[in-house]
Design a protein around this ligand. Structure first.
Ligand code: SAH
Ligand code: SF4
Ligand code: F3S
Length: 471
């Protein structure tokens, strides 16, 4: 177990970053206008949470925010590396920044996140994107003020991409992008090394925040009026294993459930190998916990699960799902599936379809396997062609949509208590809401309802959403 003093970033180190924020703030204070920053986040909620912290630091340094790159003095891109497609998108967008930089040479372009936490990608940015000013890894997020100050005062490009096991910074400022939903990271990093996955290499080892800090943050969010709080971690079930004290994820859930306030609680992600019956029991008995379990299974084939280093069988998984269904009637189940893992045969794939049939997911996040250099799966022979993988993917999508539609139909005619999350995005509905089980509900109503729990009668559905009216 790592020494806690080494994991937690000291007050002295944090104070230094606050000093850098003040120094950048002083530089910006001399300007006759408010400088703007553009922040873009790719990938998962963990990245969004990191971006919200960097926004907090930027705000303290005197920056306002814009959604137009051309107006920004600081462009900050928080990248994802989970699939090749995510990296390609980011690289394309960084490429497109070159003409903004030509028009505005004072613009500072900073690239951080999981993609730049791979040395090969950091090197590529150094070589091929000379107009990128700051490149930093996920481990340096808390040092962003220092990196920006260095760039502003020394004019040299700044590269801080060295890998470490990872630490925890408490007490940094944060600007949240939403006022109904809030993210709370309860732990960072991943120790699981699923054979296809890059995350453990770019996010470091598992480390849990102290429960007191989490409780304090959530009390603050509840007092500010946040209505849905999502606890984040790559495998929340590992929470507390690195703390030399009597705490588990389930215990943490009970503690949070006792916090006063009218809010709902979600968590992601839960690894099946560590998901326990106690977790399901907690979901059944905690009134604030949403009755939704996102439990990524990845494959229904035991052979592939072994190759993936997932450490459970489809039988183990189904047993837990059975228990969840018995304990929490109406529980909503969702999952992640990878199609075309190296060596996956038609038979393995059929196993996945069978498992999906058995479970009955309301939604699935489906991905075609993407080779991540440096991971063990990248070395496994992969005879299936892209066309075969695409065909499997299409079949999977078809089954997923049929199943989701079937489950969504059961809502028609019922009244659901939903949280109105935001104004509607399309033309036809003025509000977007979510059921306790996380199903999206489109409806019409006054914008003042955003942030309230209301009763909605479900009138129609699609595989992706429900439609309703105020009950
Ligand atoms: N920690 C979470 C998931 C993080 S990544 C968990 O274990 O559930 C989110 C999803 O991306 C994974 O569940 C997996 O389905 C998918 N994924 C990860 N690496 C991938 C790869 N190399 N190719 C395709 N999909 C991948
Ligand atoms: Fe990746 Fe597996 Fe860790 Fe999830 S648990 S982040 S899939 S290595
Ligand atoms: Fe992507 Fe990193 Fe999240 S690789 S999915 S942003 S942990």
């Amino acid at each position: 177990m790592r020494n806690r003093d080494e994991v937690i970033i000291s007050d002295r180190e944090l104070k230094k970053q606050y000093e850098y924020m003040d120094r950048v703030g002083a530089i910006n204070g001399r300007k006759e206008y408010k400088p703007l920053a553009f922040v873009d986040s790719y990938g998962c909620q963990q990245n969004e949470a990191d971006s919200e912290i960097m926004q907090g630091m930027l705000e303290r340094m005197g920056y306002g925010f814009t959604r137009e790159e051309s107006e920004a003095e600081v462009v900050l891109i928080n990248t994802c590396a989970v699939r090749e497609h995510a990296e390609m998108r980011v690289l394309g967008n960084i490429g497109a920044l070159s003409h903004h930089k030509r028009r505005n040479p004072k613009m500072i372009i900073a690239i951080g996140g999981c993609m730049t936490s791979q040395q090969s990608m950091a090197d590529k940015l150094k070589r091929s994107f000379p107009y990128v000013d700051i490149v930093f890894s996920t481990h340096q997020v808390w040092r962003f003020p220092e990196l920006l100050f260095r760039k502003l005062t020394m004019k040299k490009r700044v590269f801080e991409t060295s890998f470490c096991d990872g630490r925890i910074a408490e007490g940094l400022p944060v600007v949240r992008n939403d006022n109904v939903n809030a993210w709370v990271s309860i732990m960072y990093g991943c120790n699981n090394f699923c054979s296809y996955c890059i995350v453990p290499y770019v996010r470091g080892r598992e480390r849990s925040r102290d429960p007191e800090k989490i409780i304090e943050e959530i009390k603050g969010l509840a007092a500010e009026g946040y209505k849905c709080i999502t606890l984040l971690g790559q495998n929340v079930n590992s929470y507390g294993k690195d703390l030399a004290r009597d705490i588990t994820f389930t215990k943490l859930l009970y503690m949070i459930n006792d916090i006063e306030g009218d809010f709902k609680l979600r968590f992601m992600t839960s690894h099946p190998k560590d998901a326990t019956r106690e977790l399901i029991d907690a979901m059944a008995s905690c009134d604030k916990l949403c009755k939704h379990l996102h439990l990524p299974v990845q494959s229904g084939s035991d052979r592939i699960l072994k190759e993936m280093n997932r450490n459970y069988t489809s039988g183990d998984y189904l047993k837990l799902i059975e228990y969840a269904k018995e304990s929490i009637p109406g529980i909503v189940l969702t999952s992640d599936i990878i199609v075309g893992f190296p060596g996956e045969t038609e038979e393995d794939f059929e196993d996945t379809l069978r498992l999906i049939e058995k479970v009955g997911y309301s939604a699935l996040f489906t991905f075609i396997y993407s080779k991540r250099p440096g991971t063990p799966a990248a070395e496994i022979e992969d005879p299936a062609t892209d066309e075969e993988k695409q065909r499997r993917f299409d079949r999977l999508l078809k089954l997923t949509n049929e199943k989701s539609l079937e489950l969504h139909r059961e809502y028609i005619g019922t009244v659901q208590k939903v949280l109105v999350e935001a104004p509607g995005r399309g033309e036809n509905y003025s509000l977007a809401a979510r059921t306790d089980g996380g199903r999206l509900v489109h409806l019409n109503g006054d914008l003042s309802l955003v942030g309230s729990f209301i009763d909605v009668k479900i009138t129609d559905c699609s595989p992706w959403a429900l439609f309703g009216e105020l009950a």
